[in-house]
Design a binder for this molecule. Structure first.
Ligand code: NAD
Length: 248
């Protein structure tokens, strides 16, 4: 029997990259999905692609996770459409890199609004339905940059470190209702986000990774499914680094 048969799963930022891989992985294991992304075209295409592989598994909702009101409204529709929610994956994220000297206030706000406030908005909207779910789980996709920082990414590092503090607080608040909340800290994963890096930078990164390679989106999907599975029932408030040993 499929591991997630009948499970109701929400994944944000699933239009491409890591979120899309996570959504595919849940669908292959029998879950019913609501995928969210800011861009209606890529979100629609992603849903079509997942449904082609796993018929009638996935609906899509074009939504900006940083928009508090819109998230609360859409969440009601999702809960109605899925008949409840068991698993929430906060994956939507953006970068607006630049040294502090040149970083604009808008760059700071845009990154914090999506990466940190976005997760707050989703957890606020889904916490009650999750409390009624079966083996309820929240998984937040943070980053190794939230653990070790990075020159030129002060906004991104702050958002991802904030997400870890948020994860631990939510874990403590919702533990009494048997909702677990964990974070995954991916290292450098091959996606559109990292494809933009120069070859020199990529070589520099690989030199710092004991396993001497970039990770793949399926590595993050596998870790997400583990934390969402019954096998992880006694794990909460943790950060799982999936980074080839970079931050050990
Ligand atoms: P990506 O840019 O390929 O995809 C991000 C997705 O999020 C897209 O579908 C985009 O439309 C969506 N999105 C962005 N802002 C949104 C918003 N405001 N509302 C709704 N949807 C929004 O990124 P990725 O590389 O797949 O990364 C996914 C997550 O993993 C991000 O949170 C990222 O910070 C994190 N991460 C990535 C890496 C990596 O190496 N790629 C490493 C560490 C952490």
């Amino acid at each position: 029997m499929s591991k997630f048969a009948g499970k109701r799963v929400v994944v944000t930022g699933a239009g491409r990259g890591i979120g899309l891989a996570i959504a595919h992985a849940f669908a292959r294991e029998g879950a019913k999905l609501a995928i969210i992304s800011r861009n209606p075209t890529s979100c629609g295409t992603a849903a079509k692609e997942i449904n082609a592989a796993c018929p009638d598994s996935t609906r899509f909702y074009a939504l900006d996770v940083s928009d508090h009101e819109a998230v609360q409204e859409t969440a009601k529709t999702i809960v109605e459409d899925l008949g409840g929610v068991d698993i929430l994956v906060n994956n939507a994220g953006v970068t607006r890199d630049g040294l502090l000297m040149r970083m604009k206030s808008e760059d700071w706000d845009a990154v914090l609004d999506t990466n940190l406030k976005g997760a707050f908005n989703l957890v606020k909207a889904f916490q009650r339905p999750l409390m009624k779910g079966t083996d309820p789980r929240i998984i937040n996709i943070s980053s190794v940059i939230g653990l070790i920082g990075n020159a030129g990414q002060a906004n991104y590092a702050a958002s991802k470190a904030g997400l870890i503090g948020f994860t631990k607080s939510v874990a403590r608040e919702l533990a009494g209702r048997k909702v677990t909340c964990n974070a995954i800290a991916p290292g450098f994963i091959t996606t559109d986000m990292t494809d933009e890096l120069s070859d020199d930078l990529k070589q520099g990164i690989i030199a710092k990774v004991p396993l001497a390679d970039f990770g793949q989106v399926d590595d993050i999907a596998a870790a997400t499914l583990f934390l969402a599975s019954p096998d992880a029932r006694y794990i909460t408030g943790q950060v799982l680094a999936v980074d080839g040993g970079m931050t050990m």
